[in-house]
Design a protein around this ligand. Structure first.
Ligand SMILES: [Zn+2]
Length: 81
């Protein structure tokens, strides 16, 4: 079984952090300052959605209407991919 070599493709790069994906491994590498985290793609997408929701609430002082009922677990198959 030969696997293609890792190829880290940039998803985003800003002053705040960088995100790279290896589509061969299905892993996202998130670099924030001197911290690097690795996530399975679905876990990364769940975290990204969580952060996006948190950012909306932070910007609106919690006044934004929740798009989903509370902070319940979302079925991964329901979202993205
Ligand atoms: Zn890889």
């Amino acid at each position: 079984m030969s696997k293609k070599p890792c190829n880290h493709e940039y998803l985003a790069a800003t002053d705040f952090g960088k995100a790279q994906i290896c589509r061969e491994c299905g892993v996202v590498h998130l670099h924030v300052q001197n911290l690097t985290m690795r996530f399975e793609v679905n876990d990364f997408l769940g975290l990204a959605d969580t952060l996006a929701d948190a950012a909306i609430q932070a910007r609106t002082g919690g006044k934004a209407e929740a798009k989903r009922a509370g902070f319940t677990v979302i079925k991964p198959s329901q979202r993205l991919n």
